[in-house]
Design a binder for this molecule. Structure first.
Ligand code: GH3
Ligand code: MG
Ligand code: MG
Ligand code: MG
Ligand code: MG
Length: 315
């Protein structure tokens, strides 16, 4: 049975769900100490094919969030044992920014000022109890829609669309703090610059599509060989890539890069009948300077690889 008032909201949500088609089971966490009301919310949400998780207080809520990093939305009551809803929201925001998770606070008509406090502490929206179903569904759909836009924008801003690696901007965002910590602790780390050799010839001889395919091939090989735990790889420019090597991964990096260069020289990139081989040159610096200086030194080492005949890694 669907109450009349929610029919429109149902349609709106239906449209939204179509766009979320790749991940149709959106996960929502309900945090409320009142069992009956919680069950009511669960019922409302499950009817819309959301996957619902429940907690009866903030501490439990945080634990469930920890175990389920794919939760998209938290709906939380305010008056609860252990910690208030407002406190819970501010705890959530210490770990989960608005581009990862949205939060809707619940407040009752007697305490309307709660709404603004919820928002000041990081909630995206609030619902005043009792609410009509249409508003309930609309606010959820709107918060999820904003989240989806934010995720998409962040992706567009950070990820290179050809290779799916970080772009230059995201590389600095991801590594600056790490580099700073190394410098403060006087701990060595490393940066490698990698550039495809005589790449203009690839474009000239085989066409731009083959050029693109070669860039993608190298990016895929980088992702496979330099795991995200120890390395941060990015497309630094056209056919130039950078690897940030965390201190824990320093010991074997020289061998790993040498090995990588040899393997790349064996790659065959094929489009239809055309087969293309390519080589790379690299520059590696292991030290403890600030990030800009490390990149500059790695770039100078790369330049020496080019001068000395290419298909080389210089340290
Ligand atoms: P070197 O060995 O000295 O590096 O020679 P090179 O020919 O590779 O010289 P350079 O690094 O200066 O050449 C970069 C070329 O890469 C120039 C540009 O046309 C091409 N390029 C940059 N981005 C792309 C891209 O996204 N796709 C394709 N197909 N070509 C690109
Ligand atoms: Mg309560
Ligand atoms: Mg060049
Ligand atoms: Mg080049
Ligand atoms: Mg280049």
């Amino acid at each position: 049975y669907i109450p009349k008032e929610s029919a429109e909201a149902f349609n709106y949500l239906g449209k939204l769900l179509t766009r979320f088609a790749v991940n149709p089971k959106i996960k929502i966490l309900i945090v409320d100490d009142a069992t009956a009301f919680r069950s009511y919310l669960v019922h409302l949400l499950e009817r819309h094919r959301y996957q619902v998780l429940e907690a009866e207080n903030g501490a439990q809520g945080l634990q469930i969030l920890e175990q389920n990093p794919d939760i998209s939305l938290v709906i939380t009551d305010h008056e609860m044992p252990v910690m208030s809803g407002i406190r819970f929201v501010s705890e959530i925001r210490k770990k989960y920014p608005k581009e990862r998770l949205c939060v809707i606070g619940l407040s009752s008509t007697e305490t309307q000022s709660l709404a603004s406090r919820f928002i000041q502490n990081g909630a995206n929206d609030f619902l005043i109890k009792p609410f009509c179903l249409e508003e309930f569904y609309c606010r959820i759909a709107q918060s999820l829609e904003h989240l989806e836009y934010m995720v998409r924008l962040k992706r567009l801003a950070d990820i290179d669309s050809l290779t799916a690696l970080y772009n230059r901007y995201a590389f600095f965002k991801e590594t600056e703090a790490l580099a700073l910590r190394c410098v403060e602790k006087q701990q060595a780390y490393a940066v490698a610059m990698i550039d495809i050799d005589l790449f203009k010839k690839v474009n000239d001889n085989y066409g731009h599509d083959m050029g693109d395919a070669v860039i993608v091939d190298l990016a895929q090989q980088l992702t496979q060989h330099f795991s995200a735990n120890d390395f941060i790889c990015a497309r630094f420019g056209g056919e130039e890539f950078v690897i940030f090597i965390k201190p824990d991964a320093l010991s074997k990096i020289e061998d790993a890069l040498a090995q990588f260069r040899i393997q790349i020289a064996d790659r065959v990139v094929q489009i239809a009948e055309q087969r293309c081989q390519y080589t790379i040159s690299g520059g590696l610096v292991v030290a403890c300077w600030d990030l800009d200086k490390m990149i500059q030194l790695a770039d100078e080492a790369l330049y020496r690889s080019k001068e000395n005949g290419r298909n080389k890694i210089t340290i």
